[in-house]
Write a protein that binds this ligand. Sequence first.
Ligand code: ADP
Length: 180
Amino acid sequence: MRGGALPPYPPGLLQRSMRALYPGSFDPLTLGHLDLIERASRLFDGLVVAVLQNPGKQPAFPLERRLEQIRSATAHLEGVEVASFDGLTVAFAGACGAEVILRGLRALSDFEFELQIAHTNKSLAPHLETLFLATAVHHSFLSSSVVKEVARFGGDVAHMVPAGVARDLERLFNRSSPPI
Ligand code: ADP
């Protein structure tokens, strides 16, 4: 083999415990995000789902509400923690003991942006790996923005978001409801 054969992995390496960080805005959580979380919770021993507090973005849902949406939708999953962070993702990955940053890929359009972020993170923290999970095909059209657009105009979002998020969207866009 050109360049010589790669050395075998040390025994047990692939079985050792690994934690992953799944960062995002989750404004709000969709069934696409949740599918990724469920699948990743089976791949890793620990998964931290972390909501980025981005001062440059005005979210539809306050941070606490987004954390609550994720907590209640993932309560049935073992090994999943929910947190928030600001600053660099690589710094937060270090703080929570994650060796892997997990991101989702829906379509080619996600790829360029995600690759740029992955390379940036690699340049900042070479020991961290970014892993991508392909979205479930029936959720590949879903994004938080699409969900908000549909809900804003009164469309049904029951097949797009967890039930608690659907209720929050109803309250957000139904002006007769008390504010979130
Ligand atoms: P960000 O602002 O960091 O992109 P998002 O909440 O939009 O935050 O997305 C977080 C991660 O979840 C990203 O990796 C994104 O590609 C992925 N993601 C978004 N929607 C879906 C979906 N429908 N299926 C799978 N992954 C998704």
